[in-house]
Design a protein around this ligand. Sequence first.
Ligand code: UDP
Ligand code: MG
Length: 320
Amino acid sequence: MESDARLTLVIPAYMEQKTLCTNLLAILDQLTADNIDAKLIVVDDGSRDHTWQRLCEFASERSNVGGIRLSRNFGKETAIFAGISQVQTEYCLVMDSDLQHPPRYIKEFLRVADETGADIIEGVKDDRGRESLSYRLFAKGFYRLLKSASGVDLGNSSDFKLLSRKAIDALCQFREGTVFFRGLVNWSGFTTATVPFSVDARQGDSSKFSSRRLLRFAVDSMLAYTSKPVYLTFLFSVLFFIGTLILGVYTLVNYFSGHSVSGFSTLIILILLLGCLILLSLGVIGLYIARIYDEVKRRPRFLVGDTCQLTPTKFSRGGL
Ligand code: UDP
Ligand code: MG
């Protein structure tokens, strides 16, 4: 893979055998039309179909396309980091392989980067495309929760991002095993500019994120990004303590003034509420302990099964 391009596109792909080549071709056509010299690094996230074979065939005919195959499905976030760690150009643009991040915006990303000198150019969805109502509600709920837990609003942000060399090098230094691309880019705090884009229809089979996967992704991202939920449980306990004090005084006053305390229902409700809160707090703490356990093992973030048309440099926190 040779060229002196200043841009590398990092494209994660999972089970995209049907449309990967046509989509990559559409991207390359757009680059030619816009007169942009760019390399492509496609990361096959351990697909179980023929995505890798298709990709290798495609890459063998083109000098500016390279591929990495992860040994199994590690998830889109990890795939993105595997790709980013191989970028050697001045800029890198992360985009989906299903053309939902339309390549016609690449020119705009570069223009904004040159104009503003920002290290991160963020694609912001001005129209979320066709998403089911349940997905929309779920996404909204997740971002609202994340915002209240960590104060960061990622509502309309996407993984469609252009990163400068400085931002790429910074991201490659991150040591944690579970990565949340959007969150970490935001955390880095580098100067950011935005490019509004409208999400196109998905080219290929349906989305790879089932509701269960989305839920897991949401919990993982939240845990990876913030430890505020633990503080929230502490806040709960303080509130409960205040409630206990008030109710305690009320009960004692009743007792000494000779009124018999009748309150079986109150008692049951209180016990249930307390039980729920204790279990909730234990659950939250448990989730973080599980994450600590995962992190202290210091396993590589991903393993590379194969590469094509690419001489890999050292993978940051991954191994061959
Ligand atoms: N993807 C991936 N690994 C996965 C799931 C998805 O690399 O485990 C890729 C997928 O091939 C696509 C991008 O991530 O290029 C976005 O996936 P998808 O379109 O299914 O998600 P959505 O657009 O619904 O967020
Ligand atoms: Mg998609």
